[in-house]
Design a protein around this ligand. Sequence first.
Ligand code: KDG
Length: 333
Amino acid sequence: MAQVVTLGECLISLIARDRGPLVESDTFLRTVAGAEANVAVGLARLGHAVTYMGRVGDDAFGLAIRRKLRGEGVDVAWLTTDPGAPTGVMIRELRDLGPMEVIYHRAGSAASRMGPGDVTAAGAAFATAAWLHVTGITPAISASAAAAVETAVDLARHHGATVSLDLNIRRRLWSEADAARALSALAARCDVVLGGLDEVAVVTGLAPTLEAGGAVDPVAAADAMLVLGPARVVVKLGARGALERRRSGVAIEGCAVPAVPVTVVDPVGAGDAFSAAWIASVLEGGAPEAALRAGNACGAAVVTTVGDLTGMPTRRELDAIMRAGDGGPDTIR
Ligand code: KDG
């Protein structure tokens, strides 16, 4: 019985084995990625029942994704194989300086052909779900995928499930203006919005202020997002930790926690790991600050390894990381 439902595009991600510019990379590690699939695996490793919906192509990469997700304990009963389109692929480098170069081969992919029918077919999964998690990537890949997200939110709302949205703005897929338009409307229909500070600023239309030293103030950004409708907003601040603002009656409450200091080997997947651990903690009745701490710890674990999923901790590992953070080194036996 699924506790959490998510949907999106699961991709094969080819990651350069050597650090440096993609143009010089000639050997790649074949991994499974995709923001929502990363969250699904993260939740499964933390012991939660998760259903992942989507489409893969009828090809070796689609099969690799299916095997990986199933092997992680994610329910893939509603992951459809589409014989008419390929599995999406992304290719990326590992870069120490400057923005990471990424090549997408996902236009017209199997996942981009997902539509509301894929979601209604999986209606039974919603009937038992406590939580639906969506991201800003799925609405950006096609109009039918955007409609699938809307249908999923309708179904989750109908069944009384909590709905979370991780903004995940992908500027390679749409403009900031299009993302802001679509995601502000979607955020208004969600209970929880998570995002990086730049993403929250884009969606709320906030500009940098002099008071915040020419930057966007994270508390102001979260509060501006609350005005759109969600009851809880989480801003992921990377090396500066994370904060939450939430509505409590007519008041707004908040808390913030520092990051777990680590050496970043590969930043991709950290936000998804944060979301997975944050959702898991809330589902387990965790207090707001505890959920932020779990999210930070999970995100920190992921950036210390190459690949979106490699460092995603199990329950035992996450507990050990958090204990070590509280009181010195620990050993996982
Ligand atoms: O959050 C990590 C994702 O960005 C990555 O796995 C690929 O989903 C992906 C995307 O569309 O960028």
